[in-house]
Design a protein around this ligand. Structure first.
Ligand SMILES: Nc1ncnc2c1ncn2[C@@H]1O[C@H](COP(=O)(O)OP(=O)(O)OP(=O)(O)O)[C@@H](O)[C@H]1O
Ligand SMILES: [Mg+2]
Length: 341
């Protein structure tokens, strides 16, 4: 089997709050393992409440934050060990970010097409502006806009949704294999969000790019994802095919999230209490969800639950999932269920 495109191996990040030596450690990401295969584009959503470590994880993939444990491998290469112009250029052509606020990604005083041409030239996709024209035009077209339509205009002349699509176009210029999109619809009007997420689905199919989609918004995640990772206080409590995780969760936290989505497009941020000051419990062993779990037993606090691999391709970190959700269907039974559809 070929090397995965992205392979997160036991990745952790601890911050020191209040001083590098004497400060209190805060484990923002704690032993996360995830893979994006090569050659088979996918949308992987990372879903979790505020403070669960999603942005920290994204920033480690983007080389903006260094892991304090584990490894981030891109096509088998540790991204923290890349050095020299050639390796870094190759990395930046392969992995591109899309950030939450498109108005921060573009300066108010410059036309947006300047950025598109600069990206093409900066990443050595084209030597001259003239040479860059066809690449830039293609990238803009792939998000449903035209270069003529955006050229010469300033950010304020676009809606948030349009500007976000332009920042996706910018990210596509080098022909990346992976986009890391951290809350890309968070600042976008609810009515325009589907525009952006639909663009992601089209890009996966037409351009063949894989996307890590980080969100609070369970409804867009369930709509576009192939796989979903549910994060809680720095750990992944459940991971697997989107339909399996979101239609028949096997972790009590996933279940809680799904129950607290009242309607399409709603954020559950308001309904679920944020981790906030509870984070001191990071230092404790055992299941991170124990204090909020209706099914908790003393065993849950004794040691950290292992990632249990289930036959439908998911992983769940709950020792009681069979007691709570019933027996895991046998692999043969799963096949029968699939065939009878
Ligand atoms: N540079 C930093 N220094 C110290 N603590 C940090 C730093 N970056 C993040 N943290 C802390 O790490 C934890 C995880 O933060 P992170 O931003 O990754 O969460 P998130 O899931 O992206 O949250 P949100 O949904 O609000 O964007 C939080 O407690 C945050 O305060
Ligand atoms: Mg974040």
């Amino acid at each position: 089997m070929s090397e995965p495109l992205l392979d997160l191996q036991h990745v952790s990040r601890t911050f020191r709050i209040g001083g590098l030596i004497l400060g209190t450690p805060l484990v923002a990401v704690d032993d996360v393992s995830l893979r994006v295969p090569a050659g088979r584009p996918m949308i992987l959503s990372i879903v979790g409440e505020s403070g669960s470590g999603k942005t920290t994880l994204a920033r480690m993939i983007l080389r903006l934050v260094a892991p304090t444990g584990g490894r981030v491998l891109l096509r088998g290469q540790d991204v923290t060990r890349l050095s020299g112009h050639r390796q870094l250029l190759a990395y930046r052509r392969t992995v591109q970010p899309v950030f939450q606020n498109p108005f921060e990604s573009f300066s108010a005083h410059r036309t947006v097409d300047c950025y598109l041409f600069e990206t093409a030239q900066g990443l050595r996709i084209a030597r001259t502006r003239n040479e860059a024209r066809s690449v830039v035009a293609r990238a803009v077209a792939s998000v449903g806009m035209t270069l003529e339509g955006v050229a010469g205009k300033y950010p304020h002349q676009f809606s948030g949704g349009e500007l976000q699509r332009i920042s996706v176009a910018r990210a596509l210029i080098p022909g990346p294999a992976l986009l890391v999109a951290d809350e890309p619809v968070g600042m976008i009007d609810a009515s325009l969000r589907m525009n952006i997420v639909n663009a992601f689905v089209d890009l996966k199919q037409d351009v063949g790019v894989s996307i890590i989609y980080i969100t609070h918004d369970l409804s867009t995640a369930s709509y576009i994802s192939d796989a979903v990772a549910i994060m809680f206080r720095g750990t992944i409590v459940e991971y697997g095919p989107a339909a399996a995780v979101l239609e028949s969760p096997r972790h009590p936290y996933t279940q809680l999230l799904l129950e607290s989505v009242p309607r399409i497009g709603a954020k559950w941020d308001d309904e679920v209490p944020a981790a906030g000051e509870e984070r001191r419990e990071y230092e404790l062993s055992g299941c991170r969800f124990a204090d909020r779990c209706p099914h908790v037993t003393p065993e849950c606090r004794a040691e950290r639950p292992a990632d249990l691999a289930l036959p439908d391709g998911r992983r769940v970190a709950c020792i009681h999932h069979e007691r709570i959700f019933g027996p895991v269907p046998h692999a043969d039974e799963l096949h029968r269920l699939e065939r009878s559809d």
